[in-house]
Write a protein that binds this ligand. Structure first.
Ligand code: SF4
Length: 469
């Protein structure tokens, strides 16, 4: 509901990182057990189902070489906005290429939903007119309308029960909206609670057959927790550049994906730097602006005057570099020994610190991104916040992956390539928990495509051709 609909695909190189680039000290870099071509038909199908705008003809050749496409996007891009066009010109002057961000935002009426009106409020909030395609409007609601799907809302699932030998799941136990204990049985159990709560559920499902948690015989459940951290850059203008007069972030730059190697990188203590895409041309959401001013002057008349002046939502436009977060065994989710939730059940505990690879990426790339902001026409200044060089407590993070990685070796992974738990015949994981690595791209379209691939593997149904709109 609150994602902002950016829909870039991963690159071919992301699936073979260990083979191509070798190991990194203190990291658990791994190849994926599937490749780009395994996901390609499902990316196609998801793009057509949710309605992704974009323009293949404006994508750099280097991007298309790594992320080949068999067809044009389902609809053309929205207008990019004035602030984004100024930053794109700054990028061009520095030798970089900004192009329309693939986004699940309607640039025309599509699938019974209206076109986007560029109100600019999508980042972090629901779209008030359903111009944005997502799991709810594009998948769950249509499925529920068939009458063949039963959705149990506000069900809190706390255990997957198995047969005594642990080979098969028998039922799922949950607490309903009124706090009553219930259960539901089925032939197949698919977990998709996102990495933290999928892990929690697997660990809470410990039994005599699985004493350390379901699927956790190798002590891999919960490990390799990954987050996306962001280096932020901003340009300040002397005039109103209207950064919120467009959907959230209309342009993408791929020049900072990498991998980068050579003496400059080795001097930073890592064998390579692999970062990610840069989201270019966004403005600070109004609530973030209000919170920033409140931190400076509190609330009251001074706060009102700052909001009316609106420097942040009129004269500041910026970008975010998405950092690839390398997997580490010690970055993990487990059950907190001391904290319980309101049900009295152990809460999830997250232990995390970024790998030095991310600091190297911020050191190497942050100044280059600040430079193209300074080169933007009309910019009077630019600044970067190069996470994670700043205080470790000052994090800016979104997106999460890992904790139940796919792999061929049960000693180092939790699921096989089909998403099925090693050693349990009928329990699958279908969310970003399954990702072995976490490349620096917005993850939603790949989460959906991989879930669709896993679902088709379970059902045995062929991949249908994408819908024609
Ligand atoms: S800019 Fe406004 S109308 Fe367009 S997708 Fe975002 S929230 Fe919806």
């Amino acid at each position: 509901m609150h994602y902002n609909a950016k829909r870039p695909r991963l690159w071919r190189q992301d699936f073979t990182q260990l083979s191509d680039l070798g190991p990194v000290e203190d990291a658990q870099v791994a190849d994926w057990p599937i490749g780009y071509d395994d996901l390609a038909p499902y990316w196609d199908e998801v793009e057509y189902r949710v309605g992704v705008q974009g323009d293949v003809t404006q994508m750099p050749a280097s991007t298309l070489a790594q992320s080949p496409r068999s067809r044009q996007f389902v609809m053309p891009p929205n207008p990019k906005g004035y602030a984004a066009s100024l930053l794109a010109e700054g990028a061009r002057r520095c030798g970089y290429t900004a192009y329309p961000y693939p986004a699940a935002v309607n640039s025309r009426d599509f699938d019974g939903r209206p076109r986007c009106n560029s109100c600019g409020l999508c980042s972090g909030f629901g779209c008030p007119i359903n111009a944005r395609g997502d799991a709810l409007v594009s998948w769950l609601n249509p499925a529920a309308r068939t009458g063949r799907v039963r959705v149990i809302d506000r069900a809190w699932v706390y255990t997957v029960d198995t047969t005594p030998n642990g080979r098969r799941a028998r039922r799922v136990r949950y607490r309903d909206a009124h706090g009553r204990d219930r259960s539901v049985s089925g032939d197949i159990v698919v977990l998709a609670g996102s990495p933290i709560n999928t892990t929690r559920l697997l660990l809470l499902s410990a039994s005599d057959a699985h004493p350390t948690g379901l699927g956790n015989r190798s002590d891999q459940v919960g490990r390799n927790m990954m987050f996306h951290n962001f280096t932020l850059a901003a340009a300040v203008y002397a005039h109103d550049v209207q950064p919120l007069r467009a959907q959230s972030t209309t342009l993408q730059i791929d020049d900072f994906v990498g991998p980068f190697t050579g003496p400059e990188v080795q001097a930073l203590g890592v064998p390579y730097v692999k970062a990610g895409i840069v989201q270019t041309g966004s403005g600070a959401p109004l609530l973030m602006e209000a919170a920033t001013y409140a931190g400076l002057v509190g609330y009251g008349i001074d706060h009102k005057q700052l909001m009316r002046a609106g420097i942040m939502h009129s004269r500041v436009a910026g970008s975010q570099l998405i950092h690839e977060d390398l997997p580490q065994a010690g970055n993990r989710v487990d059950l907190d020994p001391g904290v319980r939730d309101f049900h009295g059940v152990p809460a999830a505990r997250i232990t995390y610190s970024p790998h030095r690879h991310e600091k190297a990426a911020a050191t190497l790339l942050g100044p280059k991104i600040a430079a193209y902001h300074a080169a933007s026409p009309g910019a009077t200044g630019s600044a970067i916040i190069p996470y994670p060089l700043i205080e470790p407590t000052m994090t800016y993070t979104a997106h999460l992956a890992g904790t139940a990685r796919m792999g061929t070796d049960p000693a180092t992974s939790v699921c096989d390539a089909s998403g099925r738990l090693h050693g349990v015949d009928n329990v699958y994981v279908a969310d970003a928990s399954t990702w072995p690595t976490f490349p620096g791209f917005n993850p939603t379209i790949t989460i959906m495509a991989n879930a669709l691939r896993i679902a088709r593997g379970i059902s045995g149904a062929p991949t249908p051709l994408p819908m024609a709109h």
